[in-house]
Write a new protein. Structure first.
Length: 266
């Protein structure tokens, strides 16, 4: 081995192997989120690949599952690293998610040394938190591109986070990371994820509506649309099929969506 050359041993499988629900810790199955059909039928989730996607219609419970895994792994409910702890919501906002987290059992192949829970919904609050921390210690920006995230556009701040904070390895949970990213920037995010997965023990669990991100090669995709978690192929997702049908014939969709628009008539 050459002098100063680093040797990285990559695990045979992702950091987190599986997640189980301990039903004995559920006090009332009629309470949220245990009342959600997908949670009722969720005895176990396995992670056979380094990148796992949760996809489904709004309200199916995919973000709830991610938030509960994040809480159980030691992240704050509003996102951030394990060293970032802040609250901007009412005390009971994440009460249901916390109950689910308490009932989860995480089986690790290897405990991660680094990680992050990225929530598009509360990323603005993370940026505010960093600005407050930077008033006492300017190094607060070091892992985020060296400056306030508020000094960049919404999409640029997202990409700056992905480029700078995710590092070389770790356990990363991303909830709708595409929210502020253009299609081209979504491709850039895929490259970042791929570089990390090729060269380290990085693992990503992602909830998304992006048909671009879902195309990531050899990823595991779990659909939440049938009221139970099911592994599914990329081209079988509703997101892919609707997007493809629309792009193949947008006029057909416009005709049925806007029947009273004369300009759409043949």
């Amino acid at each position: 081995m050459l002098k100063n050359q680093k040797h990285t041993t990559i695990l045979d499988g992702p950091l987190l192997d599986k997640v189980k629900i301990n039903s004995t810790l559920i006090s009332n199955c009629n309470d949220y989120p245990f009342s959600l059909p997908i949670i009722k039928q969720l005895p176990e989730i396995t992670f056979p690949t380094q990148v796992t996607f949760f996809v489904g219609e709004n309200g199916t419970g995919k973000s709830t599952i991610l938030e509960a895994i994040a809480l159980k792994a030691g992240f704050g409910p509003e996102g951030g690293s394990k060293n970032i702890s802040f609250k901007t919501s009412l005390e009971n906002t994440y009460e249901g998610t916390a109950l689910l987290a308490q009932a989860l059992i995480l089986s690790w192949r290897k405990k991660p040394h680094d990680g992050y829970f990225f929530r598009a919904e509360s990323f603005f609050n993370v940026a505010n938190y960093l600005d407050t921390m930077a008033q006492a210690d300017g190094r607060a920006y070091d892992s985020y591109g060296g400056k306030s995230l508020h000094k960049e556009s919404h999409g640029e701040s997202f990409l700056s986070f992905f480029k700078n904070r995710m590092g070389n390895s770790g356990f990363f949970i991303l909830d709708e990371p595409e929210a502020a990213l253009s299609p081209q920037r979504q491709l850039s995010l895929m490259v970042i994820i791929n570089d990390m997965c090729k060269n380290s023990d990085a693992q990503f669990i992602i909830a998304t509506h992006s048909t671009i991100l879902l195309a990531y090669p050899e990823a595991t995709i779990y659909s939440c649309d049938a009221e139970m978690l099911a592994a599914i192929q990329y081209t079988d997702t509703n997101h892919y099929q609707i997007t493809k049908q629309f792009l193949d014939n947008p006029k057909y969709y416009m005709h049925h969506l806007f029947k009273d628009c004369p300009s759409l008539e043949d």
